[in-house]
Design a protein around this ligand. Sequence first.
Ligand SMILES: [Zn+2]
Length: 388
Amino acid sequence: MPRPVVSAAVAALAALAAARPAAAQDERPGQFRPRPGEGRTPEFPPPTILEYKPRSTLVVPVHHVPRAKFPVVDFHGHPPALLSRDVIDRVVQAMDALNLRVMVNASGSSGERLRQQIETVRAAGHADRFVFFTTLDLRNVGPGSGRKLAAQLEADVKAGAAGVGEISKAFGLSYRKADGTRLRLDDPELDPVWETAARLKIPVFIHVGDPSEFFQPIDYQNERWLELALFPSRRLNDRSRYPSFEELMAERDRLLTRHPNVTWVLAHLGWHANDLARLGRLFDALPNLYAEVGAILYDLGRQPRTAHKFFVQYQDRLLFGKDSFQPDEYPYYWRVFETEDEYFDYYRDYHAFWKLYGMGLPDSVLKKVYYKNALKIIPTIPRKGFPE
Ligand SMILES: [Zn+2]
């Protein structure tokens, strides 16, 4: 009876095939078999990495999306300081053109500066377009700092702050404690702060680390070579100065796990946009965890099918966010999320040596990512202007 044997083999093969996509892509230069003509060198001087810009001859449908299909909450906004009517009017005008209904000012501010921005926005008649987060000064943390920061957090929330953040990547990478040691993400001194955020039911928006390649040697296999060569401050591969990527992630996961009642929002998909299954496991383990998509569009756009499945599966946990406020860059996000366009450019060539593809998300998922999830975790955002 060969049948059961065949189906067992098929099942084993299917299991293998299912396991494959989870593995990192393992192609490395030099592993290809020899080919005729191997060893040839270019007859002309090869261009530098900066010079080679081939024109694409691909002819496929093109859909530019200057305005998002549904109103959007930008959970990761860094507008200029909203302290004058003129600046506020300019930002609102740019938001209107993009269909950005509400911007979270994630350049958190505290005390007087927070009160001033809230007041100025209200006086300008745009109180329904901005949400303000408070910030935590995590430098020189020592005994008693946690209680002090928690009290400040409570006062800022009373003054109108709707969340904490963005907590800077300096937390974990470079902030030192009063005793000179690196402030670890899971330092128990800060427990009262996170517990206060949980009690006040406000989200904590945290940026941990940077893309994993920033922690690696800057060699010609590093897919962020050019960016690292251009920006000295992004080089984190000196282990005598910085923890490793995995050390930071382990600290972060211990922090999240120890405070499961906090509504955590990871900036930049926790820097797991190149390994969405890893973020999925974190979502599975932590029901109060959310993540925001700022500045990682290049990773979603190179895996449109995997990203589509991930967004459908975790549609209740993902938030739109942009990070730097460059109005002309938002339409790239709309295009990746809303269309099925193929092989188009990203807005920064030093981020990505590849083209983008549209994910073609269904309306129901777009609505959750664009605004419904944000309205759920920041209930004080006015509902005005958002469809059901
Ligand atoms: Zn940011």
